[in-house]
Design a protein around this ligand. Structure first.
Ligand code: SPV
Ligand code: MN
Length: 627
């Protein structure tokens, strides 16, 4: 029975129009949730959005009117700034609220549930005074799909609501359709008090708290998308937890279609830590994109199928240029709904970011305020024109390479899984695992990457980041790996597992590959998944043969690929690989209490294979010696 008091509160507090929209959704738990946070946060007004075009348009206009976004010269483009110290995900203040007796392991940031709930509710009290609260409904995944999860977002930021309209499918009608049966995720966000530049000012009280029990995520005193756009990384945590209970996977993976001969399209899912080329890979010209960041994967009748819970991209803009990223480039230069964040705005209301074609403007406006070339911050460091984690947000319907299966409620069949990291000295550019278990362990669980500007903290430090999902895990790591191992069982033809490394350097520190070489690695993986090319067995996996790459480089990039290139890039670095195994083993021995035994067994087998090769050939072994 619906509580009369809740309904009365909603009717009086929200007004007739808003009340009617909510009453159409037959779900007392939802009504209760909204009533609770309206009462606690005390917004000046509430706007329940039923997803009409007009309502969605009004929210965008509101973002401009309030100053959270500013219009740019190209029609439909706006810019948003986050505070100077609010430019990335805040790992330190992102915590799981766990009841007594629940332990997710030492690598997962957590605090006692009731204490955390009290703290966050104290911060939320009256926090929306002077602001409007938006009540938004979204559908994570295609409509009417058994993959999908409905979600409700409460936020006082029109920028967050506007971003979510570009990134997620509207969910009001799904809530009406599902009524009481909706098992939805809940998000409460407040940007908190804003300064004159409309950026969150109480950064010391920035918090992202995740309550798995009630599936609520709270985010306060922050605007940066990774902390505030509830349906993105905040939703991943409860979704990983659900997936674990129900036998499927929520992954930090793109989904893309790679074209093969005769119009064939083969779908791959790829996990890369942030700022390691994930979006750029999924956007490659000539291929098709289903998603650039998150995937829900399920086993169905002996195959793995996946959907993208998102429909837009919140992508890194640094380095985007007309030669390497022609499709994004075009979308970012055409009229249409695009939000730029933390870029440099020029006097002509254009935007500049690091690595864009053309020269660096001498003056402009950026996340530090008025900016001129050479401007320094307090500690004397130069402020770059745009932040390395500056982003663009757009709906994938603007992209010419969007895959026609994006909204298929059944998802697409995944034939290959790719793990990539930022690794300057160990792994070859592309390699296939011997089998599912070997891939999950040596390529997924052992994934290492150098830290980047996507999270607050020091850059360039090598860290282990299993499946590139460590930041988002809501279950113990050992259990998570066990889930992956099990996921590959009972399949007719498990997807092949590959690793890629776009960041290998020579001894002088130069990158050994061109940005576009990834197009070739993808084609090679596509051919492998159809058993059309052979491979060379090495102690760490299966690598391409020179003659296949030579042909593919010519066909795909019209580039000459010499034996010398091949030897340099695919030389097995034995000592580095052994050191990596030691690091990974130590991590799983000392930091993870529930590591599956298979992790140690498979790593040890790999170590033995490496030692044998080392005895015969030394520390640097040309691929020709292994063929
Ligand atoms: C990432 O950092 O992996 C992103 C952007 O995709 S964020 O929303 O910040 O997580
Ligand atoms: Mn991501």
């Amino acid at each position: 029975m619906e509580d009369e008091r809740t309904l009365e509160m909603l009717k009086v507090g929200l007004g007739e129009d808003n009340y009617r929209k909510l009453a159409k959704i037959d779900n007392p738990e939802l009504h209760q949730f909204i009533a609770t946070y309206v009462e606690l946060c005390k917004p000046d007004s509430v706007f329940v959005c039923a997803d009409s075009e007009e309502e969605i348009h009004d929210i965008r206009q509101e973002a401009i009117r309030t100053g959270e976004e500013m219009e740019l010269a190209i029609a439909g483009h706006t810019v948003h700034f986050d505070g100077y110290h609010d430019q990335a995900r805040d790992k330190e203040n992102t915590k799981f609220l766990l009841p007594d007796g629940v332990d997710l392991g030492s690598d997962i940031n957590a605090m006692e549930r009731l204490e955390g709930l009290k703290e966050i509710h104290d911060i939320l009290r009256d926090i929306m005074a002077g602001h409007q609260l938006y009540v938004r409904f979204y559908c994570l995944g295609p409509f009417k799909s058994e993959f999908s999860i409905p979600a409700v977002q409460l936020t006082d930021s029109s920028y967050v609501a506007h971003s979510e309209d570009l990134l997620y499918r509207p969910g009001y009608l799904e809530f009406v359709r599902l009524g009481k049966s909706a098992r939805f995720l809940k998000f409460v966000h407040s940007a908190g008090a804003l300064d004159s530049r409309k950026t969150s000012m109480n950064i010391a009280k920035r918090r992202v708290y995740i309550d798995l029990e009630d599936e609520v995520v709270y985010s306060v005193n922050t605007q940066y998308g990774g902390n505030s756009i509830g349906l993105k990384k905040l939703a991943m945590r409860p979704a990983i937890n659900r997936a674990s209970k129900e036998g499927w996977l929520t992954e930090h993976m793109f989904i893309m279609g790679v074209r093969g001969p005769h119009g064939r399209i083969t779908y791959f899912a790829g996990a890369f830590p942030s700022l390691c080329g994930k979006t750029a890979t999924s956007m490659l010209q000539g291929e098709t994109i289903v998603g650039d960041d998150i995937a829900y994967l399920k086993k169905k009748e002996g195959v793995i199928r996946a959907v993208n819970p998102e429909k837009g991209i919140f992508g890194i803009i640094q380095g985007v240029n007309s030669r390497d990223d022609p499709i994004i480039w075009k979308a970012l230069h055409s009229p249409g709904d695009v939000i730029f964040s933390n870029v440099l705005v020029t006097e002509e209301k254009g935007v500049y970011w690091i690595g864009k074609d053309g020269g660096v403007p001498r003056t402009g406006f950026n996340h530090s305020g008025e900016w001129q070339l050479g401007k320094k911050e307090g500690k004397g460091n130069e402020i770059l024109p745009s932040h390395p984690n500056a982003r663009f947000t757009l709906d994938m319907k603007f992209l010419e390479n969007v895959d026609s299966e994006l909204d298929n409620p059944e998802g697409v069949v995944i034939k290959g899984i790719i793990y990539g990291g930022r690794d300057s000295d160990t792994k070859v550019p592309v390699e296939e695992s011997f089998d599912w278990v070997h891939g999950v362990i040596t390529m997924g669980a052992a994934l290492e990457s150098e830290t980047t500007a996507a999270t607050l903290g020091k850059e360039g430090v090598r860290k282990i980041n299993p499946m590139s999902n460590l930041d988002f895990l809501s279950i113990p790591l050992g259990k998570y790996i066990e889930n992956h191992l099990k996921f590959g069982t009972g399949l007719k033809n498990p997807p092949r597992i590959f690793s890629v490394n776009y960041f290998l350097r020579d001894s002088a520190g130069n990158f050994m590959n061109d940005k576009n070489d990834k197009a070739v690695w993808l084609k090679w993986m596509e051919r492998r998944s159809h058993k059309e090319v052979e491979a060379i067995k090495t102690p760490t996996g299966l690598i391409p043969k020179y003659e296949d790459l030579e042909k593919l480089f010519r066909a795909v990039l019209n580039k000459e690929y010499t034996e010398e290139d091949y030897i340099k890039q695919f030389t097995l670095r034995v000592a580095e690989n052994l050191a990596k195994i030691d690091r990974v083993k130590e991590f799983y021995e000392t930091k993870v209490s529930d590591t599956p035994q298979a992790v140690f067994t498979v790593l040890e087998e790999q170590r033995q294979r490496l030692i044998m090769v080392q005895e015969n050939y030394g520390n640097y072994v040309s691929p020709f010696k292994l063929s």
